[in-house]
Write a protein that binds this ligand. Sequence first.
Ligand SMILES: Cc1cc2nc3c(=O)[nH]c(=O)nc-3n(C[C@H](O)[C@H](O)[C@H](O)COP(=O)(O)OP(=O)(O)OC[C@H]3O[C@@H](n4cnc5c(N)ncnc54)[C@H](O)[C@@H]3O)c2cc1C
Length: 107
Amino acid sequence: MHQLNSSGWMSNRGRQIVASCLVNELQVDWRYGAAYFEQGLIDYDVASNWGNWQYIAGVGADPRGGRHFDIDKQSKMFDPNKQFIKRWQGELGSLPSDHTNMVDWPV
Ligand SMILES: Cc1cc2nc3c(=O)[nH]c(=O)nc-3n(C[C@H](O)[C@H](O)[C@H](O)COP(=O)(O)OP(=O)(O)OC[C@H]3O[C@@H](n4cnc5c(N)ncnc54)[C@H](O)[C@@H]3O)c2cc1C
């Protein structure tokens, strides 16, 4: 979220992970996340954004559930040396890796 907030961009994997986190760990209505991405993404596109949020939330045209990303597993697979986390985590850098909160979300 720090990357999105400061640059307006995030990788596809990052978007999927934070969307899953908002919906599953934080139990927030996916539409708040989609609206937040809409105002923050430099490549915002109505169909890609809202369609991908629906996909992660398991609603819409393809309402299959179970798209819950395991944050620790994703981190170990794609950021094993925690370079990305260290680069973007900012003031949360000293907290445990399993720490999730709403500090960067507009809720
Ligand atoms: C929750 C969420 C919101 C998103 N919102 C947007 C958005 O507002 N605008 C947007 O352009 N993309 C959106 N995407 C799709 C995707 O994240 C970006 O297109 C991708 O990150 C762009 O990076 P890239 O150019 O390196 O693409 P690459 O990963 O190299 O892919 C090449 C091209 O394929 C297309 N593409 C790749 N993955 C997706 C995908 N999951 N859905 C649709 N197209 C894809 C893009 O046009 C991209 O330029 C969203 C994805 C998620 C999970």
